[in-house]
Design a protein around this ligand. Structure first.
Ligand SMILES: C[S@@+](CC[C@H](N)C(=O)[O-])C[C@H]1O[C@@H](n2cnc3c(N)ncnc32)[C@H](O)[C@@H]1O
Length: 298
C-alpha cells in the first residue's frame, strides 16, 4: 500500500485545552480530514469515550478509517456534510455531545493533489469539489457564470480588488475556448492583473482560487447555520471549538458565538481568536492563517 500524506493537525495543544477532552466523553469531529485531531481526541477519551467523525470527502474518510482503525469499537465515521450533523447524530442515537470540533477548509490531501483542482501550483482539472458526489465544479462556474456573477464571487469570497478585471479576462478567454484547467485559469488571472502586482507575497491567483473554492463548496452559506445546529447538540458545559483560515469564515464564527453569548446561552472561551505560536507557524505553512475560537454551552 502507498504511504498516504499525514495531515499535520493545526494547534493540537490549544484545541485539546479549549475542548477540555477527558476520558469517557462523547466527541464529534465535524471535519475529520485525515484524522489528525480525531486520533488525539480518541486517545484522550479512552477507554470508554465515543468519537464521531464527519467529512464530505470520500478519500479523506478512507484514510481516516485506516488511521483510526485501532479505536473501531467506539468510533463512527460518516460521510456527510456537517450541515447534516443533526441527522447524523439522530441516526446514531446520540442525544448529547461533550465536545465538537470544526477545522475548516481543505486538507493537505485535497490541496496537494493536482487531480482535485484546488491549487494553481500544479496543473489539473478545474474541479475544487470537496465532495466529489456534488454536481457543480469550478469549471462549471468559470464557464457558466455571467461576468457580473464572476466579479461578485471573486470580490466577495476572494476579497480581490481587481475582481472586475479578472472576470472580464475570464469571459474574454472562454469565448475562444472553454477553460478547463487550473494552469490556464491561473495564467488568465496573472495576465489580467497590473504588471508587478503582488500583495503580501501571495501568488496573484490565490484570491481568485479561494473565491471559486468557497463558491463551489458553498462554504460560507452553510457555516453559520451548521454552527448553530452543532451548539444545540452540546450538553450543558459542553464545548465547541472552530478553526478558521480566512477572515470571511472567522467573521461568521465570531458573530455566531457572540450572539449565543449575548442570548445568555453560551460563554466565550476566547475573547480574541487564538493564533498558532511562531514555531508551529514556521513548521506548518497551513497553520499560518489559523484562528481558533471556542464557546461553552451554559
Ligand atoms: C482542514 S481538514 C481537517 C483536518 C483534520 N482536522 C486533521 O487533523 O486531519 C478539513 C476537512 O474538512 C472537510 N470539510 C470541509 N467542509 C466540510 C463540510 N461542510 N462538511 C463536511 N466536511 C467538510 C474537508 O473535506 C477536509 O477533509
Amino acid at each position: 500500500m502507498t504511504q498516504q500524506p499525514l495531515h499535520v493537525p493545526v494547534m493540537p495543544v490549544e484545541v485539546a485545552g479549549l475542548l477540555a477532552v477527558r476520558p469517557g466523553m462523547v466527541v464529534v469531529d465535524c471535519t475529520l480530514g485525515l484524522g489528525g485531531h480525531a486520533a488525539m481526541m480518541a486517545e484522550t477519551t479512552g477507554p470508554s469515550g465515543r468519537i464521531i467523525g464527519l467529512d464530505q470527502d470520500t478519500e479523506a474518510i478512507t484514510i481516516a478509517r485506516e488511521r483510526l482503525a485501532g479505536f473501531s469499537g467506539r468510533l463512527d465515521i460518516i460521510k456527510s456534510n456537517f450541515s447534516g450533523l443533526g441527522a447524523v447524530l439522530a441516526g446514531l442515537g446520540v442525544t448529547g455531545v461533550d465536545a465538537i470540533l470544526f477545522d475548516l477548509g481543505v486538507s493537505s490531501l485535497q490541496l496537494d493533489d493536482p487531480g482535485r483542482g484546488f491549487s494553481f501550483r500544479a496543473d489539473g482539472p478545474l474541479d475544487m469539489r470537496m465532495d466529489r458526489d456534488a454536481q457543480t465544479t469550478a469549471e462549471d462556474l468559470v464557464n457558466g457564470f455571467s461576468e457580473k456573477e464572476l466579479a461578485e464571487v471573486i470580490f466577495h469570497f476572494g476579497e480581490e480588488r481587481f475582481s472586475r478585471r479578472i472576470a472580464h479576462a475570464v469571459v474574454a478567454a472562454r469565448a475562444g475556448e472553454r477553460i478547463t484547467t487550473t494552469a490556464r485559469l491561473a495564467d488568465i488571472v496573472l495576465r489580467a492583473l497590473p504588471r508587478g502586482y503582488q500583495r503580501n507575497r501571495l501568488h496573484p491567483a490565490t484570491r481568485t482560487f479561494q473565491a471559486l473554492r468557497i463558491a463551489v463548496n458553498r462554504e460560507l452559506d452553510i457555516l453559520g447555520e451548521a454552527l448553530g445546529q452543532a451548539f444545540e447538540h452540546l450538553v450543558p458545559g459542553g464545548r465547541m471549538a472552530v478553526m478558521a483560515f480566512h477572515s470571511l469564515e472567522d467573521r461568521i464564527v465570531k458573530e455566531r458565538f457572540r450572539s449565543l453569548a449575548r442570548e445568555g446561552r453560551g460563554v466565550l472561551l476566547t475573547k480574541k481568536p487564538l493564533r498558532p505560536g511562531s514555531a508551529e507557524d514556521a513548521d506548518n505553512p497551513r497553520a499560518r492563517s489559523a484562528r481558533l475560537r471556542a464557546i461553552e454551552r451554559i
